[in-house]
Design a protein around this ligand. Structure first.
Ligand SMILES: [Zn+2]
Length: 155
């Protein structure tokens, strides 16, 4: 240590930095997001070996290690297989979502896996496992998962 620092107490402060960055979503996610944005249609890749349909989309089947190159239309409707309620405004919750926020694990008809997304137009006490829900698309779509605003109960 240089003599000039002798006798100086080392001070440590905690802070946060913001690091803007961009990344390529990849061909699989890009195809899915473009379909949401431009066609308001939910599409999913299907494994050519075992036939499983992945929502959210996966490039490679985790069971067969086959590249999923075939795409199929799946329904905008599905079943809630689990859910959770956030009653505090966490940092990860977008500011346009008012608490309580409900996240649902939704298995869309035609898919073999489930998608995590917001449940809306329902109170937490109204949500049940097995409940039928339908995608509500955002009015303004930009090619993200939020192009689906939320899933609402099917009446
Ligand atoms: Zn497979």
């Amino acid at each position: 240590m240089a003599d000039v620092f002798k006798g100086v107490e080392p001070m440590v402060y905690n802070s946060k930095i913001s690091v803007p960055y961009s990344w390529w979503a990849g061909d699989t996610a890009s195809k899915f997001f473009i379909s949401l944005r431009d066609d308001q249609k939910i599409i999913a890749p299907r494994c050519g070996t075992c036939g499983k349909v992945f929502m959210p989309p996966r490039k490679i089947c985790p069971a067969c290690f086959t590249e999923n190159t075939e795409w199929v239309d799946i329904s905008n409707e599905g079943t809630v297989i689990s859910y959770s309620v956030a009653r505090r405004q966490l940092e990860s919750i977008p500011v346009d979502k008012k608490t309580p926020v409900i996240w649902g694990l939704i298995k869309l008809d035609g898919a073999d896996t489930a998608l995590m997304h917001y449940l809306g137009e329902v109170k937490p006490e109204g949500v049940t496992i097995g409940m039928r829900v339908k995608a509500v698309f955002a009015d303004s779509r930009t090619g993200t998962i939020r192009d689906i605003s939320h899933f609402k109960p099917v009446k």
